[in-house]
Design a protein. Structure first.
Length: 87
């Protein structure tokens, strides 16, 4: 086989290996980001000093609200912010 072809094949193999390593690292970083976001959410919820029953009801309300294709109006956003800030 021609030396130039061998060189190109070797470079292709090396590049494919690097791509696989980068894809694995990207997967790890994305999982780390999700884990950190989850920890942040848990910290915020715990800081609100509400019961799990209250949290469940709020989450159900949000889910139902958005399943219906609705979006918050500006005044509703303000009310939600006021409720959150009360704590």
């Amino acid at each position: 086989m021609n030396a130039k072809i061998k060189k190109v094949i070797k470079e292709i193999d090396n590049t494919e290996q690097k791509i696989a390593e980068f894809q694995e690292r990207l997967k790890q970083l994305n999982q780390e980001k999700v884990d950190l976001e989850n920890l942040e959410i848990i910290g915020m919820v715990r800081g609100m000093k509400v019961t799990t029953y209250d949290i469940e009801n709020v989450m159900k309300s949000f889910t139902d609200f958005y399943k219906n294709g609705a979006s918050l109006k500006q005044e509703d956003k303000k009310k939600m912010e006021d409720i959150i800030d009360e704590d």
